[in-house]
Design a binder for this molecule. Structure first.
Ligand SMILES: [Zn+2]
Length: 383
């Protein structure tokens, strides 16, 4: 009897341990770095990088259970690593659904892995079946990190807050802003936009990997354009000064939105077909359409975006985009913590500064790409 009790206790402890360890094990499988390099760069790159305003348009870090205030050996983003990489502005984009067997060609929304993440990470039950609640929960996590950061992390929701941050930025201070990957948190009802706005969201993409009630996705089943609701959504986003993010949009959606948009928009994380030809990346005409709408294009770090595994591959994609639309429309969109392998984590941005210099960009151009273009865009678009 006594022995049975001990067996049961050990069994329960093992289950509890596995439950606690599981999110970490899952994350270390999904968010990797090619090779943990010392981030050594030339003196010129280091000097230049230390003076940059670095802005990254895309990071999915709120999906994983980590305390972002502490340095972790997992994933890509946390406050200490952002500080080390001299990042000033970091977009925190929330993922609220994710189909099984994720791929860049065709995904249906009949399965959803975020439900399991929500359950295993101990998110409140209201999030288990609601993309909107998952978005609000992740926004609350960011707010809680900011509140506990002693001023090292602030959340920006308006141009006044951004301006204030830039003029008074001390050492190692980061501004975060909230976006969503896809319009799933709307749950098909535009009235939900107000709750998301109130929670601090200022950027939203019409789609993630699957088609939504708003629009077709590049990797969706039908890959259509904007729906009637989608057209209303564009107007609703613009009237609130929320930023439309066309990453993951189908070619038809990108065409429809850039045609009707009256305000600047962006593509938060992508590659270009010119250096890496696959359905996830933008064609030359798509780059031109986004730039014509006054937008910026965030070039990514992962292999599907760049067809490479180092900073030089991202620098080549940036060079190509700049050749097509001009350097003023090119920015950074790492996709850190987005279930991708990247050449470096948030501490390693100096490696990209160095790669851009090697690619022949001037220091002024490096400044623009690494962050000034994003700052300009945010100051034009935020409320
Ligand atoms: Zn994405």
């Amino acid at each position: 009897m006594k022995r049975l009790r001990w067996v049961l206790i050990i069994l329960l402890l093992a289950i509890a341990g596995a439950w606690l360890a599981l999110p970490g094990i899952v994350e270390s499988r999904f968010n990797r770095v090619v090779q943990a390099l010392p981030n050594h760069v030339s003196a010129q790159a280091e000097e230049l990088h230390s003076k940059l305003i670095v802005a990254d348009l895309h990071g999915d870090s709120l999906l994983w259970g980590r305390n972002l205030l502490r340095r972790s050996s997992r994933g890509h983003i946390d406050l200490p690593r952002l500080a080390e990489g001299n990042v000033a502005i970091q977009a925190f984009t929330v993922v609220t659904t994710s189909p099984r067997g994720l791929n860049i060609y065709k995904n249906s929304d009949s399965s959803d892995l975020v439900r399991y993440i929500a359950i295993f990470e101990g998110w409140p039950p209201r999030t288990w079946s609601s993309p909107k609640q998952r978005a609000l929960y992740q926004a609350a996590r960011l707010a809680s990190f900011a509140a506990r950061s002693r001023g090292r992390l602030v959340i920006i929701r308006s141009r006044a807050e951004l301006q204030q941050f830039l003029t008074s930025r001390g050492n190692h201070e980061v501004a975060g802003f909230l976006g969503t990957e896809g319009a799933q948190p709307l749950e098909g009802d535009l009235r939900n936009l107000d709750d998301l706005y109130a929670a601090g969201f200022r950027m939203m993409a019409p789609t993630h990997f699957t088609d939504t009630a708003i629009a077709g996705a590049a990797a969706g089943v039908n890959k259509g354009g904007l729906t009637d609701l989608g057209r209303q959504w564009v107007r609703a986003m613009e009237s609130r000064h929320m930023i439309i993010d066309l990453a993951h949009a189908s070619p038809a959606t990108l065409r429809d939105v850039t045609t009707m948009a009256a305000r600047p928009l962006l593509v938060s994380h992508t590659g270009v077909k010119g250096t890496c030809d696959n359905p996830r990346n933008l064609s030359d005409d798509e780059l031109r359409a986004v730039a014509r709408a006054g937008g910026v294009i965030g070039i990514g770090l992962w292999e599907t975006a760049t067809c490479g595994r180092d900073a030089a591959a991202t620098a080549r994609a940036i060079r190509y985009a700049a050749k097509i639309v001009g350097v003023d429309h090119v920015a950074l969109g790492s996709d850190f913590d987005g279930s991708v392998t990247t050449p470096f984590d948030a501490a390693g941005w100096p490696l990209l500064t160095e790669a851009l210099l090697k690619e022949g960009f001037t220091e002024d151009e490096v400044r623009k790409v690494m962050g000034e273009n994003t700052v300009r865009m945010l100051l034009e678009t935020l409320p």
